[in-house]
Write a protein that binds this ligand. Structure first.
Ligand SMILES: CC(C)(COP(=O)(O)OP(=O)(O)OC[C@H]1O[C@@H](n2cnc3c(N)ncnc32)[C@H](O)[C@@H]1OP(=O)(O)O)[C@@H](O)C(=O)NCCC(=O)NCCS
Length: 167
């Protein structure tokens, strides 16, 4: 296993098309490209090994509750935001080498810097590797009453000194 780096990515970057191909090969294009009115901003993180994109994670910044058709949550006048993961995957030949964990760790670092209250994601019930990874990183598990076996994973974040860092 070669070393890898985690870096931001945007449309037009040299790795972008390869990332989209990887997303497509893992069946996540629908989630990766999901665009909603309540998204305040979106970010893409990728893992690169030997010049090749081998992992991705994209997430939206949103006010907590707005994706559930609720008013954004406020506490003592402060709007609570979250980083919500849209798509997340690692190339099959690079799994179990810490790539997924490092993508999540960079998400947690960035979301904290951006003043988010929590990181959250939804996962289908058959994504057992993802479930194991999230639990290993300390995420809480929130089952749903929806008519499927999906669960949500939520991780509260330490308070960042500059909540206005959110764009
Ligand atoms: C979920 C996924 C991103 C994990 O990526 P990864 O780079 O292999 O994960 P890591 O190497 O960082 O694993 C960290 C820990 O998670 C757990 N884990 C990861 N894969 C696992 C598996 N297949 N079985 C059991 N535990 C697993 C282990 O505790 C692992 O630590 P260890 O290897 O020291 O035992 C990858 O399996 C994947 O792309 N799956 C398909 C897409 C997917 O399910 N995406 C998520 C939601 S849509």
């Amino acid at each position: 296993m070669t070393d890898f780096t985690i870096q931001p990515c945007q449309p037009g970057d040299s790795h972008y098309q390869a990332v989209r191909d990887l997303v497509e090969s893992l069946g996540q294009t629908e989630y990766f490209t999901y665009d909603a009115d309540w998204h305040l901003d979106t970010h893409i993180l990728i893992a690169v090994a030997s010049g090749r994109a081998v992992g991705f994670l994209n997430f939206a910044i949103q006010e907590i509750g707005t994706d559930c058709n609720r008013p954004g949550m406020t506490l003592q006048g402060e709007i609570l935001r979250e980083a919500y993961v849209l798509a997340f995957g690692v190339a099959e030949d690079h799994r179990r080498h810490g790539v997924g964990s490092e993508l999540q760790n960079e998400l947690i670092r960035l979301a904290t810097t951006l003043g988010c209250h929590q990181v959250r994601s939804r996962s289908a019930g058959n994504r057992l590797a993802n479930h194991a990874l999230k639990v290993s990183l300390g995420f809480g598990v929130h089952p749903t009453k929806a008519n499927d076996d999906a669960v949500f994973f939520v991780l509260p974040l330490p308070k960042h000194p500059d909540p206005n860092a959110v764009r």
